[in-house]
Ligand binder design. Structure first.
Ligand SMILES: *Cc1c(COP(=O)(O)O)cnc(C)c1O
Length: 261
């Protein structure tokens, strides 16, 4: 806050950029994303938006240049999922009618068989399923969706698998609770808030992605004539993998807390 640092290029925020990159490495190690990358975002809502944006890119590779071109993409979450999924389908041009809330069990966990059925229903209508969003710690009751059976379905239908761990992902720090997120390395992306269960002052959140480079593909574009120069530190320009330009140095707060505890 005092230095008012921003995070679009390495040149304007070198120390905070290196902190953010190291944190993302550590976060990815907890999740089990060995070759991953990521970027800090304004909250779990934006992390979920970016997860869905990466899924859209996988389903429609030229979407950045050409838009959806009349395709009806369909996303699946549980009926307990956070409302940010509704914001994401709005922003990404998917449409709320193409966001399917799949039934959950009595504990609030998505039912994998109902998920499969919903995907098959969409296919029979000629629609294009593209995204499964699981929740690790539902907002109201703290339910953790089962990852392995849903990852199997995602593989079978070649869909992007995202985990919204906005509040529950920090169980990965705990030997006694990390079983709740078992098999999370099977996902393609994970949303994680440090400003909830980790008690870091708001806002501090990250989107983690299993395959490095996809964020850059989806989010980069423009600004190269005045901001993103091809200098020796170009690989460290986090603005190329973000949908924000100016961005707070939230990494500092997480870095300090993580070191301290
Ligand atoms: C709080 C929450 C979000 C939204 O996170 P923000 O950081 O408030 O944007 C998303 N998903 C779940 C499950 C949440 O509990």
């Amino acid at each position: 806050s005092l230095s008012n640092a921003t995070m679009h290029t390495y040149q304007v925020g070198p120390v905070a950029t290196l902190m953010e990159l190291e944190l993302i490495k550590q976060w990815n190690a907890l999740v089990g994303f060995e070759e991953g990358d990521g970027v800090m975002v304004s909250g779990g809502s934006q992390a979920n938006l970016i997860g869905m944006m990466l899924a859209r890119q996988k389903a429609v590779p030229n979407v950045k240049e050409q838009g959806l071109r009349g395709k009806t993409l369909v996303a699946y979450i549980s009926d307990q999922a956070h409302y940010s999924a509704l914001k994401a389908v709005n922003v990404l041009g998917i449409g709320s009618e193409n966001l399917i809330a799949v039934d959950s069990d009595q504990e609030g966990r998505i039912l994998p068989e109902a998920l499969r059925q919903a995907i098959e229903d969409s296919l029979s209508k000629g629609h294009t399923p593209f995204f499964i969003g699981l929740t690790a710690g539902t907002t109201v009751t703290g339910a953790f969706d089962p990852v392995a059976p849903c990852a199997q379905i995602a593989r079978e239908f070649d869909l992007w698998l995202h985990i919204d761990g906005a509040w529950g992902a920090p169980v990965l720090f705990s030997d006694s609770h990390k079983h709740l997120l078992a098999d999370c390395e099977l996902a393609d992306s994970v949303a994680w808030d440090a400003h909830k269960l980790m008690n870091v002052p708001i806002t501090a959140a990250v989107i983690l992605v299993k395959q490095a480079g996809l964020l850059n593909q989806a989010c980069s574009g423009g600004g190269s004539d005045y901001l993103f120069h091809h200098d020796e530190n170009a690989d460290f320009n986090l603005g190329q993998r973000s949908i924000q330009c100016g961005r707070r140095a939230d990494a500092l707060k997480v870095w300090m807390s993580w070191k301290a505890i």
